[in-house]
Design a protein around this ligand. Structure first.
Ligand SMILES: [Zn+2]
Length: 295
């Protein structure tokens, strides 16, 4: 058995690109500091919209090869972040992207939304018991913004953490492991509103046709709910480069970016978290997800 790094962080995400948008600076920072950083992505993002017109043919309504393409984009993004351990839940293509809430793809057999949590969670248990992270990061119960794959990724993460710690559960998946802290991604309302204010002031210099609003941002919460803020300013360029690697999904321009809706958003290197399991390392806002763990 190879020796594990002292600090180990594992993130559970729904699609390639979610990790770079939500946690790119955090991932780059911990990887650079020598921590083990493991990304588990639940689907290939097959149902995503394709931004560059010259790649439109790979979309789900045409060649339907976007998923394979995004495997490559994710690998490029991980190279930018310095993260070497990235995996797809159950292997690449095991669970298909379910599309936005309410579309007919939600009903497609084999998509993540159609997969019972307890059928998908064992794949995560096996990874948790191998990697043995002290810290797990995922979405809130609404998946940040109600996307079925994000909701299911949250459920799989929470169930996986619970089952991984159960000494009675599936010895074939490795020895039981208790995750010390679980965080949900979040965004304090005042911070994101200030970001949008800067974006509005930048006015005509923004290359996007419009500007999004705080309501378009996943996981916005009252400031008081935030328990940790990781300052990834030194890794802002890595985060931007990782986001840019998701060519089909994200357009990056300076300190701003847009998704396929073409609406500009701020691209912050400060990333926020809410501790939902485990002990808070300090009364003040934690600046380190491992705070209080003695590692
Ligand atoms: Zn997503």
């Amino acid at each position: 058995m190879t020796e594990l790094p002292a600090r180990r962080l594992l993130l559970v995400h729904a699609h390639p690109d979610d990790e770079s948008i939500g946690n790119g600076a955090t991932m780059a920072k911990y990887a650079a500091e020598g921590a083990g950083v493991t990304l588990v992505t639940c689907t290939l993002g097959e149902e995503g919209e394709v931004i560059p017109p010259e790649l439109a043919h790979i979309g789900p309504d045409r060649d339907d090869t976007l998923g394979q393409h995004r495997v490559g984009e994710l690998a490029d993004a991980m190279r930018e972040l310095g993260v070497t351990d990235h995996r797809f839940l159950g292997g690449p293509g095991r669970f298909r992207d379910s599309g936005m809430m309410g579309v007919e793809q939600n009903e497609r057999p084999g998509c993540l939304w159609q997969t019972p949590v307890d059928e998908a969670a064992p794949y995560l248990v096996e990874i948790l018991r191998e990697v043995r992270p002290q810290v797990v990061v995922t979405y809130d119960p609404n998946g940040g913004y109600g996307h079925p794959d994000h909701i299911r990724a949250h459920q799989i993460a929470m169930r996986g953490v619970e089952l991984a710690a159960d000494v009675e559960y599936r010895h074939d998946l490795g020895g039981a492991h208790e995750v010390a802290k679980v965080y949900w991604n979040c965004m304090p309302r005042s911070f994101i509103e200030e970001g949008f204010e800067r974006l509005r002031q930048a006015g005509k210099e923004i290359p996007f046709p419009g500007i999004a609003s705080a309501d378009d941002v996943p996981g916005v919460v009252p400031d008081s709910e935030v328990t940790a803020a990781v300052d990834g300013a030194d890794y802002a360029e890595h985060k931007a480069a990782a986001m840019r690697a998701h060519v089909t999904q994200i357009a990056v321009d300076g300190p701003f970016f847009a998704l396929s809706n073409d609406l500009g958003q701020p691209l912050p290197a400060l990333e926020f978290y809410k501790l939902v399991r485990g002990k808070r390392g300090s009364e003040a806002l934690e600046d380190d997800l491992f705070a209080g763990l003695g590692v």
